[in-house]
Ligand binder design. Structure first.
Ligand code: ZN
Length: 206
């Protein structure tokens, strides 16, 4: 980080760098560059939408970026205010849940080229071992918002909250499941992700 941009003066999501990195580590287990950079997207997007607006969020990758939104906003997967797309694009959108208007912020690769360590990390041009985390962090803090672009957007899809439907008891496993899945739960219907290797102990039921 250059003299012009002193580390101690950088504030991201209301935190100085040390606290910012600590907050990320506590939640995510490490200060992964995707979240360190992600906080800058969150910060900018939140600012663009403006204060006092209740926002919902969309994140366009399942990697790292969803955690940046969950750490620094009240939008989480669990409360349904955050939707995560598996597009592997480094972009987020915050929108007013009443008007559906908002902003999309993304990592602009043309701008990122001016910060080689950031660019090479994101594009995976240099193996992780040869590009120390500290250098990537430095590049991210040096770049900040200078590698981001944004546009005002209006939501045409994904703006609705996902409601819970009616539930039934599965005749096979006895667990509750949503009726729209059919006569059995998804697992008992043959589309599960596991096979059972141990039976229930007598104390745990039938
Ligand atoms: Zn079942």
């Amino acid at each position: 980080v250059s003299e012009l941009k002193k580390k101690s003066e950088i504030i991201v999501c209301g935190r100085h760098i040390d606290e910012y990195l600590q907050t990320i580590k506590r939640f995510h287990g490490s200060a992964a560059p995707g979240i360190v950079l992600g906080g800058f997207l969150v910060d900018l997007c939140r600012e663009l939408v403006g204060p006092g607006v209740e926002v919902d969020a969309v994140v366009e990758t399942i990697h790292c970026l969803p955690d940046a939104v969950q750490i620094f906003t009240s939008c989480t997967i669990g409360n349904g205010w955050l939707k995560v797309l598996n597009w592997d694009k480094f972009a987020i959108t915050f929108f007013d849940r009443n008007t559906r208007s908002g902003y999309r912020v993304w990592l602009n690769l043309t701008k990122a080229r001016s910060f080689p360590n950031l660019y090479n990390w994101y594009m995976r041009l240099i193996p992780k071992k040869e590009l120390p985390l500290e250098l990537v962090h430095e590049a991210i803090f040096e770049a900040g918002r200078d590698v981001l672009s944004y546009r005002a957007i209006h939501m045409t899809e994904l703006y609705q909250r996902i409601k819970k439907g009616h539930i039934e008891v599965c005749p096979e496993c006895g667990e509750a499941y949503p009726v729209h899945q059919g006569g059995h739960c998804t697992a008992c219907g043959g589309s599960g992700y596991y096979e059972i290797v141990s039976p229930l102990k007598p104390a745990e039921g039938s």
